[in-house]
Design a protein around this ligand. Sequence first.
Ligand code: KG4
Ligand code: ZN
Length: 345
Amino acid sequence: MSEETRILGIETSCDETAASVVENGRQIISNVVASQAALHAQYGGVFPEVASRRHIETIYPVVATALAQAHVGMQAIDAIAVTRGPGLAGSLVVGVNMAKGMALASGVPLLGINHLEAHLYSTWLQQDMAEPVFPLLGLVVSGGHTELVLMKEHLTYARLGGTLDDAAGEAFDKIARLLGLGYPGGPAIQVAAEGGDPQAFPFPRAWLDETWDFSFSGLKTAVLRQVRRHQPDLEAGVEVPRPGLPIADLAASFEAAVVDVLVGKTMKAAQEYQAHEILVAGGVSANRLLRQTFIEKSPIAVRFPPLALCTDNAAMIAAVGHQRYLSGQRDALDIDVLPTWPLAE
Ligand code: KG4
Ligand code: ZN
């Protein structure tokens, strides 16, 4: 079989409606992302019913635009790759139904794709990127997940660990809300931390040494305690600017604590499993301090997605679609969504 493919990717697992055409798993021909972030900012997080309703409104124009910008019709597409999970059930359904309808009408094969796997494959969406050298270690740090996996070859994962409570991105979002910095929290914390002292507050690091798991709840409580110390009258859940708080120092100290643990544990696992390279993907992989620290400390290559592809997009769904199409995957037109689908058992 020829290794050349042209895949249409569709993504609606959370608050981005996205479609993309990718050739050979690497070359992005079109990449359309309609973000709902502004819509959800008023709630301080993603509001599921609002998200699915917006996906319904935007999915047709987004997919049509991705095909139009790629100057292709469905007859030039080898497969439709769509996010099947994990994610919000009501949002996933919109993308999967769209993909099923198109597959039925065009006869083009349908491929259900795991969103976390797609985040890992976003690192290879760069034309100059070398082929992966296995085994490699993958860290997915997104709004919903923190997952550490060992990848022995393409499409093959052994789960080492993950978060026991909040995902890394979720921790960023919650602390940003606590500091009155708005949603999404990751970029807001990164900006607020500029000029702050990362050692101002010695926040706890949960090393959980006997495992490859992560926990950010103790850190979250420690930040809350500091905020309360400065603002004893703080009401839980109230999202207002907080005059008098040392925002830059709090943000920098929080960010440093998250980065320390993510980098420390990933590098330790890489050494233990003799990984040849490390992939770091998902929304939090856009974080500047995280990137810098990995690059400074790691003796082996660390690969990140291009900044624009760290957060949710459909190019990464099409990138996995390429590998899965070549591996022979073809899904039936009655597949269901899998809101809690793990990357590996
Ligand atoms: O991968 P993603 O777009 O969505 C999920 O699959 O969950 O990740 C979104 C998460 C949000 O929690 C957001 O705050 C975080 O990624 N994020 C960041 C940065 N940019 C986005 N976290 C830290 N630093 C950033 N620069
Ligand atoms: Zn994601």
